[in-house]
Design a protein. Structure first.
Length: 177
């Protein structure tokens, strides 16, 4: 009996992992959204968000999870952002320390600006969990569009991220916010 249960759990985990792999984020086309949120933590994310903003596919961008020691002027210099674009259209969020708090920070920002659609920019393997957290924080009032930044990563990272996704998904099903 115990072996059947373990086998069933292993098969369910493997099938779920396959679904997870199919849901990895992909780069988005030129679709317009009200806003962009870039979740810090991986290479290419901020550059992708800035490209979308400069292409005018969104009107404003939040960079969530910025280190508390980073000053706006340093950020602007690092990413070659002119003063006019920075002052009108880019917000830095220093409150977030993990994916869940990225979502909470983004939800407060989106509500403050009354955005109806948000483009989520994060690494492809991080997209399923980041999108789940953001959907939970925003509710159904804001459309979330994923824009995954391609990465080359190993199985260890993918399995760890899938396990984090599973744990959080179960917690949300059980009502643990």
């Amino acid at each position: 009996m115990i072996w059947r249960t373990l086998l069933l759990l292993a098969v369910a985990w493997a099938a779920g992992f396959g679904m997870f792999m199919l849901s990895l984020g992909r780069p988005l086309d030129d679709r317009k959204t009200d806003a962009i949120v870039v979740v810090t933590g991986g290479p290419g994310r901020i550059d992708r968000g800035l490209k979308v903003l400069r292409d005018r596919d969104a009107e404003r961008m939040l960079v969530s999870g910025v280190d508390v020691d980073v000053r706006p002027v340093e950020f602007a210099v690092e990413y070659k952002i002119d003063r006019k674009l920075f002052s009108c259209c880019i917000d830095l969020g220093w409150q977030a320390v993990d994916t869940r708090s990225n979502a909470e920070e983004t939800a407060a920002w989106a509500k403050r600006h009354d955005f109806k659609s948000v483009r989520l920019v994060t690494t492809d393997w991080h997209m399923p969990r980041a999108r789940m957290e953001l959907a939970h924080a925003l509710g159904s009032r804001v459309e979330i569009v994923g824009d995954g930044v391609r990465s080359v990563t190993g199985w260890r990272v993918l399995i760890r991220e899938y396990n984090k996704y599973l744990v959080r998904r179960i917690a949300l099903w059980l009502g643990a916010s």
